[in-house]
Design a protein around this ligand. Structure first.
Ligand SMILES: Nc1ncnc2c1ncn2[C@@H]1O[C@H](COP(=O)(O)OP(=O)(O)OP(=O)(O)O)[C@@H](O)[C@H]1O
Length: 607
């Protein structure tokens, strides 16, 4: 079913949008759920019928006990009440189980779709948003959808049905009496309208403060080492407490608004019952009617009170969940920039010739980072990118991985424009090892295995051996089953690097990208990692970024990138002989490292 997409906005949810969201939640997979809906509806109808029958029976119960007392009558009525109650209880159980199952299935389906959509977002989508915002959207969206479904199903389904049937009983028993009770309904609906408007506004601000609070707290937890090292705890406490106070204030305001609908219904309900008593009393005392009808209507009224109260609050309560559900649909309706057009071919495994021709790219409009890069990395050779910080070296790597696409010019693998083939096949041809290794929570084996899902134990161990990681892994008590901790926190920098290298070995891609892979290591770890990297580079097209030039002097080609262009390229010797930028760069670094190292400068040169 094609429903109207939910407009992305920070405004309170409008009535049209509410209807559209409900329609999509309840009906978009209607075909799949119709059996569940039908079953739940039958249970609800049964519950409503039992409730109405109980109210109806009150007339006979009162007459059997007080007006024409007979033992048979009392037995009959009490037996019927017991039976109805048993059926009602069983229906309530059945209704709640079936509807919860359907509701949970709907939420799970939508959450899976939202996750799949997130996976199709490009890197810039995540760069523009705080992680906490993305994860709040994902979770609050699902909770909102669940809350919405619970409310709508219980109120519209069960309460509405019960109310309709009870109103029928009241009308059948005494139409005028019923009329007195029913006039309060429009008053209640009118009375809650203002409350709803206020609740919508409050929930919108509340939601925003909640997301802000999670972002702030997450930042503190992630940066806990910096927080502690700089003793920033008091500042962080003040900042976080202020947001918590904000969330608390808003939650109190919201509760106050929502709670106002209860006293309104309480008062209106009481007024209706008072009116009914007055009229019925007059009928029994003055006109001489039997009290049975009165008790039946009164029972119907009392039984209708709770569902009516819930229905009157429905809209107010719905607003709170609707904001969350909207988050989910905003995600579902967002563009999927990484979705390849249908029929797009895969790139066959390339030999690994990577070429940039006149590539222009900027992250923000009007701020080019690459201003016409021409660059070739030959298969099986090592091409090093060096240059000033911020010159665009990592950006070159981002374009090879197709995290971004060029705004002009082309990037080709073996002469094939990478934009003309699927992203998946482009990325399958590339292995990236960067300075900030990302390990997923799980075991060492899992983390190496991500290099090639489905790899055998032997292949994983072989990759770890090649990456000089096997020995330290076996040094752990639980070997490959050792948990790496969140982001690999339980491993050292060098160990994390070697796991990432093992992952790249397992991937066995023809193109290898090394982004400052050894920059953060001490010299002992670096030696191990360098050995592993050296073996990994064998017979692969390697593009390496390094700030420290001694790590790249053996490269087949060195490209000096500055101001978004390749300013010079050649071997280490050629570039030194040219006495251009590389020469200046090399001597600057060489002198600096000699001064800081304080020992024999020849040690800085490659063996
Ligand atoms: N996601 C991004 N959004 C906006 N601008 C970015 C983004 N990533 C990088 N930049 C900008 O692009 C320019 C080039 O960055 P890049 O990371 O490619 O440089 P680099 O040569 O690798 O630098 P370094 O050697 O310091 O790592 C910088 O000015 C940087 O501020």
């Amino acid at each position: 079913m094609k429903a109207k997409p939910v407009p992305p906005s920070r405004e309170p949810v409008s009535n049209d949008e509410t209807v559209s969201i409900l329609r999509r939640l309840l009906l978009s997979d209607g075909k799949r759920h119709w059996k569940g809906y039908a079953l739940a509806f039958s249970f609800m109808a049964m519950m409503g019928a039992c409730t109405a029958a109980l109210a109806y029976l009150m007339k006979d119960a009162v007459n059997a006990i007080f007006i024409h007392p007979t033992p048979e009558g009392v037995w009959l009525v009490s037996g019927a009440v017991m039976l109805l109650s048993i059926i009602k209880g069983a229906s309530a159980y059945g209704q709640s189980i079936t509807m919860s199952r359907v509701g949970n299935r709907i939420v799970a389906d939508n959450q899976k779709r939202a996750f799949d959509k997130l996976m199709l977002q490009d890197v810039s989508f995540f760069a523009r948003r705080h992680t906490a915002e993305v994860s709040s959207r994902f979770n609050a969206g699902a909770n909102g959808a669940r809350g919405t479904l619970d409310l709508v199903i219980s109120s519209i389904g069960r309460d509405m049905l019960s109310l309709l049937m009870l109103a029928t009983v009241a009308i059948v028993q005494d139409p005028f009496l019923a009329l007195i009770a029913l006039v309060v309904m429009p008053v209640a609906v009118f009375g809650t309208r203002k409350l709803i408007r206020r609740a919508k506004g409050l929930f919108t601000t509340g939601f925003k403060s909640g997301v802000k609070l999670s972002s702030i707290a997450l930042e503190v937890f992630q940066g806990i080492r910096t927080v502690k090292a700089y003793t920033l705890e008091p500042e962080m406490r003040t900042r976080t407490h202020a947001y918590i106070d904000d969330v608390e204030r808003n939650a109190n305001r919201l509760v106050k608004t929502q709670a106002k609908s209860s006293p309104l219904m309480e008062t209106l309900g009481g007024l209706a019952i008072g009116g009914v008593i007055l009229y019925a009393g007059y009928n029994v005392i003055v006109v001489g009617k039997s009290p049975g009808e009165f008790f039946s209507v009164l029972t119907a009224l009392l039984l209708a009170y709770e569902p009516a109260k819930r229905l009157a609050r429905l809209h107010v309560d719905l607003v709170t969940h609707m904001m969350g559900a909207r988050m989910l649909f905003e995600l579902l309706d967002s563009k999927a920039p990484e979705e390849d057009p249908p029929g797009m071919p895969d790139l066959p495994r390339p030999h690994g010739r990577v070429e940039f021709s006149g590539v222009v790219f900027g992250y923000r409009p009007g701020e080019p980072v690459l201003r016409g890069i021409d660059l070739v990395a030959e298969p099986g050779q090592t091409t090093a990118l060096v240059g000033q910080s911020g010159g665009g070296k990592t950006t070159v790597i981002n374009l090879i991985e197709r995290f971004y696409d060029p705004q002009a010019g082309v990037v080709t693998f073996d002469g094939v424009d990478t934009r003309a083939v699927t992203r998946r096949s482009v990325r399958a041809a590339v292995a990236l090892v960067s300075q900030d290794v990302y390990l997923f929570s799980g075991t060492v084996r899992d983390n190496i295995g991500y290099g090639r899902p489905g790899a055998t134990e032997e292949e994983i161990v072989a990759a770890a051996r090649a990456a000089h990681a096997h020995d330290f892994i076996m040094g752990f008590e639980t070997g490959y089953d050792t948990a790496v901790g969140e982001h690999g926190a339980q491993l050292s920098g060098g160990q994390r690097q070697r796991i990432a290298i093992a992952r790249a070995f397992l991937k066995n891609a023809p193109i290898l990208l090394l982004d400052e892979a050894t920059a953060a290591l001490d010299s002992e770890s670096e030696a191990e990692v360098q050995k592993a990297l050296h073996e990994l580079q064998h017979q692969r097209t390697t593009i390496v970024i390094a700030h420290r030039l001694q790590t790249v002097v053996r490269a087949d080609k060195i490209c000096v990138i500055d101001g978004g262009r390749v300013m010079e390229s050649g071997t280490h010797e050629e570039l030194l002989a040219r006495k251009g930028r590389y020469y200046g760069f090399y001597h600057l670094q060489f002198t600096h490292e000699r001064d800081t190292a304080g020992d024999d400068p020849s040690a800085l040169l490659p063996a």
